[in-house]
Ligand binder design. Structure first.
Ligand SMILES: Nc1nc2c(ncn2[C@@H]2O[C@H](COP(=O)(O)OP(=O)(O)OP(=O)(O)O)[C@@H](O)[C@H]2O)c(=O)[nH]1
Ligand SMILES: [Mg+2]
Ligand SMILES: [Zn+2]
Length: 301
């Protein structure tokens, strides 16, 4: 029996890494996909026990307890989809093409906050964005202490610092389709050879080229996990409190609200609403907070 790590889920024949080599291993019957309550019993990043039997394929017989996991709620079935486990950090990739919006970043801020996972931002395709726009987008995040890397795969810029940062860690790359996750992964590990897709110029949408998560080994040590572009990322099991604490600026202001359980929607003497009225909080940030809060309330009802 050997302890290995799942690096790719492919049908029934998964790819695992034993610290030196990559090889296929089959899950024992009880790990069949789509088990009750879960989309997947096994996730990329899982530490597993693999049994070797002469003349037969290696068999995954046990999943070791996960140190952490990032999950989302599946549409329609409401099942838990574990995107990856036992990771050191999550990198949300954003780009001006297809479109630069903060909503998904805020979702990941909440999800990572509640999963106890550090998050940082990679703003890619800086070649397409004027400097003032870059500043405007990153300011609210740098203000709350989030690490931000600016990259351009096209111009091969911004990767030195990022490469050093990723060394010896397992980092999960997430983000909308078309922002350049696979392009970044290919740049950082040329032998990864992930397929890249054009962004549709008329619909301004990515083409969902990557369809499953794959961890690739970085030349400097560590792994990055490329994932499928998300159409949506529904929060899984996140409370109202966790949403509030993820929005640091709003959370700090709430100390001055009249009610300690203020939700900053329509309460009297709400410090957040007051700052909003004075234009001290960006409407986009507040709206993003409201949208997530509504979602959490729908969940808990
Ligand atoms: N201008 C510019 N284009 C880029 C950059 N990085 C990636 N692209 C382009 O963006 C498009 C999408 O890149 P992908 O790497 O396939 O994006 P992805 O995030 O992996 O997309 P999915 O797999 O669909 O989730 C491709 O046409 C890339 O060539 C960049 O820094 N600048
Ligand atoms: Mg991709
Ligand atoms: Zn309030």
């Amino acid at each position: 029996m050997k302890e290995c790590r799942v690096v790719k889920l492919c049908g029934k024949k998964h790819l695992v890494f034993d610290g030196e080599n990559f090889f296929p291993a089959f899950p024992a019957g009880r790990f069949e996909l789509d088990s009750e309550g879960f989309k997947n019993r096994l996730a990329v990043g899982d530490f597993v026990k693999v049994r070797f039997v002469k003349g037969k394929d290696p068999l995954i017989v046990e999943v070791l307890e996960r140190k952490n996991k990032l999950s989302r709620k599946m549409t329609f079935t409401n099942k838990e989809h574990i995107i990856a486990s036992n990771i050191d950090e999550v990198a949300i990739v954003v780009a001006p093409n297809p479109v630069l919006k903060r909503n998904l970043v805020d979702r990941f801020l909440v999800a990572c906050n509640s999963a106890n996972l550090p998050l940082f931002i990679i703003l890619n395709k800086t070649d397409l964005l004027p400097e003032e726009e870059i500043e405007k987008f990153i300011m609210p995040y740098s203000e709350i202490g989030l690490k931000i890397f600016l990259t351009s795969v096209l111009k091969r810029e911004g990767f030195e610092e990022l490469s050093c940062y990723l060394k010896d860690r397992w980092t999960l790359l997430v983000g909308h389709s078309g922002v350049g996750k696979s392009s970044i992964a290919n740049f950082l590990c040329p032998y990864a050879n992930f397929k890249i897709g054009e962004v549709d110029e008329t619909t301004l949408k990515g083409k969902h080229i990557t369809t499953s998560s794959t961890a690739v080994k970085l030349p400097q040590g560590g792994f990055i996990i490329d994932t499928a572009g998300l159409r949506e990322f529904a929060l899984f099991n996140v409370s109202q409190r966790e949403i509030q604490s993820a929005f640091k600026k709003i959370n700090e202001l709430s100390l001055n609200c009249k009610y300690s359980n203020c939700t900053h929607r329509n309460e009297k003497d709400c410090a957040v609403l007051q700052e909003m009225a004075e234009g001290k909080i960006e409407a986009e940030e507040y709206n993003s907070y409201l949208a997530l809060l509504k979602e959490a309330n729908d969940i808990t009802k």
